[in-house]
Design a protein around this ligand. Sequence first.
Ligand code: NAP
Length: 246
Amino acid sequence: MNNKVLDCRQVGFESSLIRLPADVTEAQLLHRIDQLNRDKNIDGFIVQVPLPKHIDEDKIILAIDPLKDVDGFSPASVGRMCLGMPTFVSATPNGIMELLARYQVDTVGKHCVVVGRSNIVGTPMSILMSRNSNPGNATVTLVHSRTPNMAEICRSADILIVAIGKPNFINESMVKEGAVVIDVGITRVEDSSRASGFRLVGDVEFEAVKNKCSFITPVPGGVGPMTRAALLLNTLKAQAMHHQAD
Ligand code: NAP
C-alpha cells in the first residue's frame, strides 16, 4: 500500500489513492482536480509529481483549490508563506522547521546555507529561515549549480541544509566544526548486497561528517519521516479550517 495512505490510516484520517493511467490527458486530469476541489467531503489532496511529460505541471498546480492545497505548492500558498501569513507550507521545509524547533536548534543570527533552489525545498527553506520567526532569523545564503566557491560558502555555515540529489556531495572538508547539517537528498544507489538491489543515499557523506558536526539528519530516517508528518499536519490544518468555515 502507498506510504501516504498508510500514514493517513495510522493517524485516523480517511484517504483515497486515485491512480490515473500514464496517458491520462491534461484535460482529464484537470477535470478530476475540479471534482476534488468541489467535493465537500475532501479536506485536502495532493497531485503526486513528477507528472508525465505531456502534462503542464504549472497548469495542474494552479488548478488546485489553495484551501485544499496541502502540498503548499500553489502560488497562493507560496505567496502567503513569503509574506508570513498563515498557509500550507510545503511539507519538506515545514518538516525541517519542526525538526529545528523540536531539537531546540538556535537559528537566530546564525549563518544558514541552503544548497539547491528548487521550488519545493531549497527556495521555501531559504525564505523560512530568513523570516522574523523562531526557528528563523538566520542570515541565509542560497547556493546552486552556478555558485562559485561552493565549498568555501558551505564551510562558513552554522546551519547547512542540502537538497540537490547528488549522493555524498558534501564531504567533511565542506562542513564547519560544530555545524548543524540537514540532509534532504535521497538517491537510490545500486547495492547488490541488499534484497531490494538498492540503498538510499543522502547528499552528505554521513559517516565522515557526523563526527565534525553538532547535529546531522540521517538518510533514510531524517528529513523523510518529517516530510510525511508535515503533510499530515497540513491536512489536519485543512480539516480544522474547513470545519471552522462550516
Ligand atoms: P531539484 O528540483 O532536482 O533541484 C536540485 C537543486 O540542486 C537545483 O537548484 C540545482 O541547481 C541544485 N544543484 C544540483 N547540482 C548542484 C551542485 N553540484 N552544486 C550546487 N547545487 C546543485 O531537487 P529537489 O526536488 O529539491 O530535491 C533534491 C533532493 O532532495 C533529491 O534527492 C530529492 O529526492 C530529495 N527530496 C527529499 C525529500 C524528503 O522528504 N526527504 C523531499 C523532497 C526532495 P540549479 O537550479 O542551478 O540547477
